[in-house]
Ligand binder design. Structure first.
Ligand SMILES: CC(=O)[C@@H](O)[C@H](O)COP(=O)(O)O
Ligand SMILES: NCC(=O)COP(=O)(O)O
Length: 238
């Protein structure tokens, strides 16, 4: 089974655009759960332009499904947040300062020893760790030596190419997934997945445990409503 974790960053973006608390991020997360989300993902960034660090405490205290916190563990504030809130999963993403959004995965060979330390730190607190990687079998294989539980395949390249050459777009992802299975790593995926490309991804990527989806899902909800949207995303994963 592949779980759907809804990334609610974009709900916070809307809230922040006017100050105040509309829409209410916590209420939106609880609604996502009621409508079938099997997890909630947040990706706080140092400028708190969408999810704020304080949101994460509220979310952890109130949601019933798994909380997945994604972000840059080189930020001290991020590490403190994760250790304070103890989410079900932390996803380590090598964001550079000021990035608009995430645009690459970890080099798990070059940063092996750093990643090993981070995995030990978070796993020591009972938090499942996932490392964000490009769809590169070599990076997936090396991730296994960090002690991580899972990798998250960065799917922007797939989403871009899927529209013109789906078979070519998926090839490295299928291969990376097979390597993850061989080395005993769980597999997540995310970034730019949507109602058009999700089913094909699921069908061609063995052992997919979780997808985290935000931008497209929240955009679709403007037209379809949150309940119908989550239902449709879940149906792609059946
Ligand atoms: C790690 C990743 O793939 C990002 O897509 C993410 O979690 C979303 O971050 P933003 O909402 O800041 O674009
Ligand atoms: N890890 C990816 C994520 O949480 C959401 O990415 P996107 O759907 O907003 O591109």
């Amino acid at each position: 089974m592949t779980k759907l974790s809804v990334n609610i960053n974009k709900i916070a973006t809307l809230r922040n655009s006017r100050g105040g608390n509309n829409p209410d991020v916590l209420q939106a997360a609880l609604a996502c759960e009621r409508f079938g989300a099997q997890g909630i993902t947040v990706h706080p960034r140092p400028d708190e332009r969408h999810i704020r660090y304080s949101d994460v405490y509220d979310l952890k205290a109130n949601i019933k499904t798994e909380l997945n916190i994604e972000g840059n563990s080189r930020e001290e504030k991020f590490v403190r947040l994760v250790l304070d809130t103890l989410p079900a999963q932390v996803t380590l993403v090598p964001d550079d300062p000021g990035q608009i959004t995430s645009n690459h995965g970890w080099d798990t060979i070059r940063h092996q020893s750093y990643l090993r330390d981070m995995c030990a730190l978070f796993k020591g607190e009972g938090i499942r760790v996932s490392i964000f990687v490009d769809p590169d079998p070599e990076m997936v294989a090396a991730a296994a030596d960090t002690g991580t539980d899972r990798v998250e395949l960065y799917t922007e390249a797939y989403a871009k190419e899927y529209v013109s050459q789906p078979e070519h777009a998926i090839a490295l992802y299928t291969e990376s997934a097979k390597v993850a299975q061989q080395v005993g790593l769980g597999l997540n995926a995310g970034h730019d997945l949507d109602l058009h490309n999700l089913r094909y991804f699921k069908q061609h990527v063995p052992g997919l445990l979780e997808v985290s989806i935000g931008h497209a899902l929240i955009s679709d909800a403007l037209y379809l409503g949150l309940e119908e949207t989550i239902k449709r995303y879940r149906a792609q994963l059946d």
